[in-house]
Design a protein around this ligand. Structure first.
Ligand SMILES: [Zn+2]
Ligand SMILES: [Zn+2]
Length: 191
């Protein structure tokens, strides 16, 4: 946890219904500051006993630090993809998405996945959302001395929105790729 939690992180924790004392402890920040932010935002004062074990509590129970800042998941996993999951209030949440939330105080845009090379790592510092992955890879392209992204692809999709960049720094139009893939599936089906 950062030594100085942001206002967004504190607000996010308040919205989960945590007490000021607990937020001060969890985020290593001043309790008075938490109360001020709560009152400014017009959020209710915590009532003892109303607090459920939170999603982040569940996350902490199963995220275990390993080497090089990675974190391994000891909890449930998806049977299909092996993706770390937290069961919470009768549904499953992505442990990576919770890790992302712990670092940024917001929900991920697109999938939250580790970008550190360790498959299914749940370290908050290693989990990026689609937006962050794109920015990181744009920087990589720049460092590799490649061309900036084109304005539009051949089909006219705006690349600011539709482009993806793979781990090697190669840019492509995600929308065109998906179209080609579904076309190929349809062709196979027709054959
Ligand atoms: Zn990692
Ligand atoms: Zn396109």
């Amino acid at each position: 946890m950062p030594a100085n939690a942001t206002r967004e992180q504190i607000l996010a924790a308040l919205q989960l219904g945590h007490s000021a004392a607990r937020i001060a402890r969890d985020l290593a920040c001043d309790r008075g500051r938490v109360r001020r932010i709560r009152d400014e935002a017009g959020l209710p004062v915590y009532v003892r006993g109303s607090e459920q074990p939170s999603l982040t509590d569940r996350w902490r129970q199963h995220a275990v630090s390993t080497t090089n800042g990675h974190m391994e998941w000891t909890g449930e996993r998806s049977t299909n993809s092996n993706r770390p999951l937290i069961s919470f209030q009768y549904s499953h949440r992505s442990a990576a998405a919770v890790a992302f939330f712990l670092r940024t105080g917001r929900d991920p845009i697109g999938n939250a996945v580790a970008d550190c090379g360790m498959r299914h790592c749940v370290a908050p510092e290693h989990v990026l959302d689609a937006d962050e992955r794109r920015r990181t890879r744009e920087q990589l392209r720049y460092l590799q001395g490649r061309q900036p992204l084109r304005e539009t692809c051949q089909a006219g999709h705006r690349q600011a929105e539709h482009a993806r960049i793979d781990a090697a720094g190669t840019a492509y139009c995600h929308t065109c790729k998906s179209t080609r893939q579904s076309q190929a599936r349809a062709d196979r089906g027709a054959a």
